[in-house]
Design a protein around this ligand. Structure first.
Ligand SMILES: Nc1ncnc2c1ncn2[C@@H]1O[C@H](COP(=O)(O)OP(=O)(O)OP(=O)(O)O)[C@@H](O)[C@H]1O
Ligand SMILES: O=P(O)(O)OC[C@H]1O[C@H](OP(=O)(O)OP(=O)(O)O)[C@H](O)[C@@H]1O
Length: 211
């Protein structure tokens, strides 16, 4: 049986992702007892899992080190990568939004500054709206940028809205829906067709029953 390596996003997507693999009968017992290990064998087929940061899932899949990956489409929108997006797993649901302080004057003719962890998503969005903006890339705690005068507004992920609320910000515009996607290396889909489709098909069947 061909070996299939699957790259999973560490962090908030991991638990629900493992549940999906378990639901389709793929053994994840070693993965469930993680500790500090980063590579895990499954007893189902010839599968191994690697745990990496979200953006690195794309890198491992693009280079064919991982055949399959699970990553939020926020990363797919931000990074142009050579891989196939096969399935919406319908987990990790949230939204890209433009947000700022309540009193922010949106319809000013002045060129705005936008702070974000996602500069490509933000610049593409405003370009498509025909609006020229300056983008400042920051690495986290994005919501404080308008409070401290670093930016007029932010482009960020909103899930429950709690972070915005607790920092006195409001959603100005909803941009794109986000959820976790199953991605596949282009060559793996051809060279390991049977093994990759066995996994994709079983997950597709499971996910379609949940919608
Ligand atoms: N509230 C949320 N905030 C951010 N990402 C979310 C949220 N809900 C779901 N997601 C999804 O989870 C992924 C990020 O998970 P992770 O736990 O790695 O967060 P992160 O804060 O971006 O990671 P890091 O600590 O590496 O910066 C995102 O790419 C997105 O698809
Ligand atoms: O709408 P909510 O449910 O409050 O979730 C959204 C918040 O979660 C994420 O931040 P994260 O926790 O990843 O922190 P960081 O980006 O500041 O590192 C995101 O950047 C928002 O700040």
């Amino acid at each position: 049986m061909e070996r299939i390596q699957i790259a999973l996003t560490k962090g908030r997507l991991l638990d629900e992702t493992i549940s999906i693999f378990e639901k389709v009968g793929i053994d994840c017992s070693e993965l469930r007892q993680q500790g500090r290990k980063l590579i895990f064998q499954s007893n189902t087929y010839n599968i191994s899992f690697i745990l990496v940061k979200a953006a690195d899932v794309l890198t491992y899949v693009e280079h064919g080190v991982a055949d399959i990956g699970v990553v939020g489409n926020d990363l797919l929108l931000e990074n142009e990568k050579e891989c196939y997006e096969m399935l919406d797993l319908n987990i990790g649901r949230c939204k890209f939004c433009v947000a700022s302080i309540d009193s922010y004057e949106q319809n000013t003719s002045r060129r705005k500054t936008i702070a974000t962890k996602y500069p490509t998503v933000a610049s593409t969005y405003f370009r498509q709206k025909g609006e020229e903006v300056d983008i400042i890339k920051i690495e986290g705690s994005v919501e404080i940028a308008p409070l401290l005068g670093l930016a007029d507004a932010v482009v960020d992920i909103v899930e429950t809205g709690r972070t915005l609320r607790e920092n006195g910000l409001v959603v100005l515009e909803e941009m794109y829906d986000i959820s976790a996607r199953l991605i596949v290396n282009k060559a793996s889909l051809k060279m390991k067709k049977e093994a990759t489709f066995r996994i994709i098909d079983s997950i597709e069947k499971y996910v379609s029953t949940k919608v």
